[in-house]
Design a protein around this ligand. Structure first.
Ligand code: GDP
Length: 198
C-alpha cells in the first residue's frame, strides 16, 4: 500500500534557503524534519533516495553552502532541513560550539517533528553522534538510519543493528538503510511522511 502511495510523494521538493543562523530560518509554521550526520556518512544519498530526487541534496554540497543549514520544501508547509556534516578537523570543543546552538535552536521550533541521524553502519554510533542526539533534548523524536548496509554481510548488519539498539535504548528508533540497494527505504519514507503530516 505504502509503495504506491509514496512513489513521487516528494516530487515537488525544492530548495528553499540556506541559513547561517537561526534568525534566517524560515517561518516556524507547518512541519519540518531535520537530517544530521557525520561527513561522508551517506546523508546526502539518503536524502536523495528518500525524496526520490537524484540530486536534491547536492545543493547542500555546493561551495558556500556546506557549513549552512539548507531548508527544502517537500510539500506545502513541509520542510526538510539538511544540517552540515560534522566530524571533520574541528575537534570536539569547536564542534560543540558550532553544533549545540544549531541543534538547540532547531529543537525549540514548533515545526520540528523529528530528527533523522545518518550513521555509517560499518562504524556504528560514535561519541559525537550521541552528544548530538542528546542536544536535541528529550522532546524531539529521533530516528537513526544505519547507512551503507549493502557493504555489510547480513550477519554484520544484524550486529550493527543490535549494537545501535543497545546504545540508543529508548532514546531513538533505528533501522538498517542503503541508498544503493534501497534497503529500508520504504520504512524510512513512511516515517518521514508520518512526521511531516503529524
Ligand atoms: P554525506 O557526506 O553524509 O552527505 O555522504 P554522501 O551521501 O555524499 O556519501 C558519501 C559516500 O558514501 C559517497 O561516495 C556515496 O556514494 C557513498 N554512499 C552513500 N550511501 C551509500 C550506500 O547506501 N551504499 C554505498 N555502498 N555507498 C554509499
Amino acid at each position: 500500500m505504502y509503495t504506491t502511495t509514496l512513489v513521487g510523494r516528494f516530487s515537488q521538493a525544492r530548495f528553499l534557503i540556506s541559513a547561517a543562523a537561526p534568525a534566517q530560518f524560515p517561518a516556524d509554521c507547518g512541519a519540518e524534519v531535520a537530517f544530521v550526520g557525520r561527513s561522508n556518512a551517506g546523508k546526502s544519498s539518503a536524502i536523495n533516495a528518500l525524496t526520490e530526487r537524484k540530486s536534491l541534496a547536492r545543493t547542500s554540497k555546493t561551495p558556500g553552502r556546506t557549513r549552512l543549514l539548507n531548508f527544502f520544501e517537500l510539500g506545502p508547509l513541509q520542510r526538510l532541513v539538511d544540517l552540515p556534516g560534522y566530524g571533520y578537523a574541528s575537534g570536539p570543543a569547536a564542534e560543540r560550539q558550532t553544533w549545540r546552538p544549531l541543534i538547540e535552536a532547531l529543537s525549540t521550533r514548533r515545526s520540528l517533528r523529528g530528527l533523522f541521524m545518518i550513521v555509517d553502519a560499518r562504524r556504528g554510533l560514535m561519541e559525537g553522534d550521541e552528544a548530538l542526539l542528546n542536544w536535541a533534548g528529550p522532546n524531539v523524536p529521533l530516528h537513526v538510519l544505519l547507512s551503507k548496509v549493502d557493504k555489510l554481510t547480513r550477519t554484520e548488519g544484524a550486529q550493527a543493528f543490535s549494537s545501535a539498539r543497545t546504545a540508543l535504548g529508548d532514546r531513538a528508533s533505528v533501522q538498517l538503510f542503503s541508498a544503493v540497494t534501497k534497503t529500508g527505504l520504504e520504512e524510512a519514507q513512511r516515517l518521514l511522511q508520518v512526521w511531516l503530516t503529524s
